[in-house]
Design a protein around this ligand. Sequence first.
Ligand code: MSP
Length: 549
Amino acid sequence: MTNKTITKRFYLTTPLYYVNSRPHIGHSYTNIAADTLARFMRLRYGKDHVHFLTGTDEHGQKIDKAAQAAGMAPQEFVDKISATFKDLWTKLDISYDDFIRTTEPRHVKAVQAVWKELEKRGRVYKAGYSGWYCTPDETFWTEGQVFQENGKNLCPECKRPVERIEEENYFLKMSDKQEWLIRTIREAKDLVILPETRRNEVLGFLENNVLQDLCISRPKNRLLWGIPSPLSDAHVTYVWFDALINYISAVGYGVDEKLQKKWWPADVHIIGKDILRHHAVYWPILLEALGLPTPKMIFAHGWWVQGGEKMSKSRGNVVDPLEIVDRFGVDAYRYFLLREASFGQDGTFSEEAFILRYNTDLANDLGNLLNRTLTMCEKYFEGEIPAFNPEKMQKLSYDEANPDEIAKLIFKNRATLEAMASNLPDKILELMRRLAFSEVLAEVWAIVSEANKYIERSAPWALAKQGKFEELRCVINTLAGVLKVTARAVWPFMPTIGKEIWTQLGMKESIEKNIFIKGSVDEYFLTGGVVSKAAPLFPRIESKKGDLT
Ligand code: MSP
């Protein structure tokens, strides 16, 4: 998404979620971010030019164990949990174009085609493996990587016990591609890793370690729940190797070359920082080994933490998205996650922080601005936004014989707001190139709060009393202009609320139109229109402590 990589089609992905347990905030975060980006890109490129992929990761030891614990057959178990993810995405307005499950035949076929292609290219071999395995992370570790505590061997990543493994496995050659990968990441031309700190982390890892070849299989006598290897009856595919391939299997790898060419390489893989190495090291090398281009960008976001620790089921500190959505609404939830933490940094989730943002940003700033504007249209202009004639205001403000200082100020402040609104699309465009969601929202709220100040400074109720209707027109038309631009700018973040504001302002055309073209919002500051009666968007919440977790 740097200038160079902008094309007229956009393919974005989320990780595939493990179906060992129900989705929590962390999972919903990636999908809300991806959905916002997808909506934003559809406005720019058109619906058919954006492909948004998500799905579920359904193989491996961890899921096999979870199915056993639930007393269910693995397939029955994954069907059930995968559906809970789909339901949540519907509830959260996630507009994915495709949902891939790694147990689907189209994926299984592609994974097997990859195995064969790698063999043909001499990139895989069989050898004895001895080392450690972390089931929660589904990751292999070497002797030197694990650490000891109280006589136990622990995973360097998640600090949970690892198990000793000795078995015959298949390996993907890695080390001969190490220099190529370092170069590619350093150049940041074909493969951009963001944020910068994550890029440095990957480079640091690559420059200080000799890459071990990647184990890509598990013996069937230890694990049946995997995709059978086409090279050996005794092996299934290692879950990470299987899962990464989804990004190409979903766009036709091995079956539909035209489709694959249409979408691959992906424009961005959005992931959490804990799975950076799999995406930024193993995946590009696997693609290179297949003769395919790397993704153009990998963006690793931070974690939602609670009590100082990453939210996760095993730590027992998860917050259920559905509970929050039921209490506060989908759009407030989407807004909070994308506004509270800068994308790339960790965020702390608490009920207090949520309610504070809700009441301040949504109920007070945005909700009140709309409410006051609509009420004034109702009260002073019979339910219409007054159309605006700049010439009349110009004359009033600069009439030398009878200078009207109030009119002048109102006209000047309008110009400030108009300029802010007119520059907003460019600012958003720039920020969205680096997925700076929180900063985009901060820019929108800067105008919203300026508009609220405009009301205070212009005192429209006094203008009405004094019969200064030209000035009153100017103020209300300006406020409506700001709100129209705001509705469109927040729509990718809050689709329901964006639309609601838009229709309350009496706008008939679709909200889904490209505003990222210079001058495209200027007309909103001239035209009038019939508005709806004010209805509160965000009823204020009285804080009740401690019932979110
Ligand atoms: N199945 C693998 C990904 C395979 S992608 C080819 C996996 N699944 S996961 O369900 O464990 O995690 C999926 C994503 O959710 C990761 O990007 C992870 O960072 C994210 N989150 C899980 N908990 C999180 C938080 N508490 N906060 C933010 N995101 C976190 O890994």
